[in-house]
Design a protein around this ligand. Structure first.
Ligand SMILES: [Zn+2]
Length: 323
């Protein structure tokens, strides 16, 4: 009996110490490294853009303590993280940005490393996968494709419900995912990557500066959808500029940010969230600072993290306005 009491005391003490350590880590002041000013490319031309239709979908959600999700957040509030996907209807095909959680959510987590799979099952709630959503159109493998911000499991699942549709990512992301010794420990499911097989295609950027990014790729050559690298969260994290004829411009940033603040500026992740989610933390901070620099330079662009439902709401509103 005395031994049990002693063990209990040690257990409670260790738990309290751990809690204290987490609070201290989360509250310890953080300073971003100073950023040398970026060079901006000449303002991109915005005339004669094709008409695009954007549609936002939610495939699930998760909840995180605000103190974890954002730097300086409250310990007593939670942040809802949506698992979004955005359909872009372009005259030359449908582009689906990220795919969220798919119908195989439970089975895929059962195949994942134990801790990772249990974490997903406990904290993530699938709602309506793209394949089951009556609003989501059928896709044509000849012209439509998924364009993923990166290959973390919670962005890939939905693509597995569309087994003939190409899945495009930056080549650096494809190479990272195929290096399973490295990527499996960082949120990529090797069984996702092997299931994608040949339809996982890598895109390379060109040395064409765009805004404050040194490289870019104009996806259809008509300036409507322009890709840039936001590497840091993962080695091939992708940013997607979408420029609409009415003047609205969005930059979909995947997980380079989880949230923006009420002014639309990047919210920094907490130190613990950086440790658990960013592969290259220094690089991820630099990318966040570049995004802040972009917003400060031009108030034309709206940053849209794919987990931020308020930011996604701005896309919905812009579409309603254009009807
Ligand atoms: Zn991610």
């Amino acid at each position: 009996m005395r031994l049990i009491k002693k063990l209990l005391r040690v257990g409670v003490t260790l738990f309290l110490l751990l809690l204290l350590a987490i609070i201290l880590i989360l509250r310890w002041p953080m300073q971003d490294p100073s950023l040398s000013p970026g060079t901006f490319a000449p303002r991109p031309a915005m005339d004669k853009l094709p008409k695009l239709r954007l549609k936002v979908f939610e495939t699930g959600f998760s909840e995180a303590p605000e103190a974890y999700a954002i730097r300086g957040g409250s310990f007593f509030a939670a942040r809802r993280m949506t698992h979004g996907s955005v359909l872009i209807e372009h005259p030359r095909g449908r582009v689906v940005l990220d795919s969220g959680l798919g119908t195989g959510f439970a089975a895929e987590n059962a195949k994942a490393p134990w801790i990772q799979g249990r974490f997903a099952q406990w904290f993530f709630t699938p709602t309506l996968p793209l394949a089951k959503n009556p609003e989501f159109p059928p896709l044509d493998p000849k012209q439509d494709f998924f364009l993923l911000s990166h290959l973390h499991w919670d962005h890939v699942g939905g693509t597995l419900d569309f087994p003939t549709i190409p899945v495009k990512v930056l080549e650096a992301e494809r190479a990272f995912a195929l290096d399973t010794a490295r990527s499996e420990a960082h949120g990529v499911y090797p069984h996702h990557i092997s299931a994608l097989g040949e339809r996982l295609r890598g895109l390379s950027l060109l040395d064409k500066p765009y805004e404050n990014f040194p490289q870019s790729l104009d996806l259809f050559g008509d300036r409507s959808i322009v890709l840039v690298s936001l590497d840091g969260h993962t080695p091939g994290s992708l940013g997607v500029f979408v420029n609409l004829p009415g003047g609205d411009r969005f930059l979909f940033v995947g997980d380079a940010l989880w949230f923006v603040d009420v002014e639309g500026r990047p919210e920094a992740r907490s130190r613990v969230a950086e440790w658990t989610s960013d592969l290259d933390k220094a690089r991820a901070r630099l990318v966040r600072q570049r995004l802040a620099e972009l917003i400060a330079h031009s108030n034309e662009v709206t940053l849209v993290p794919i987990h931020d439902s308020k930011a996604l709401e701005k896309v919905r509103k812009a579409m309603e306005k254009s009807l």
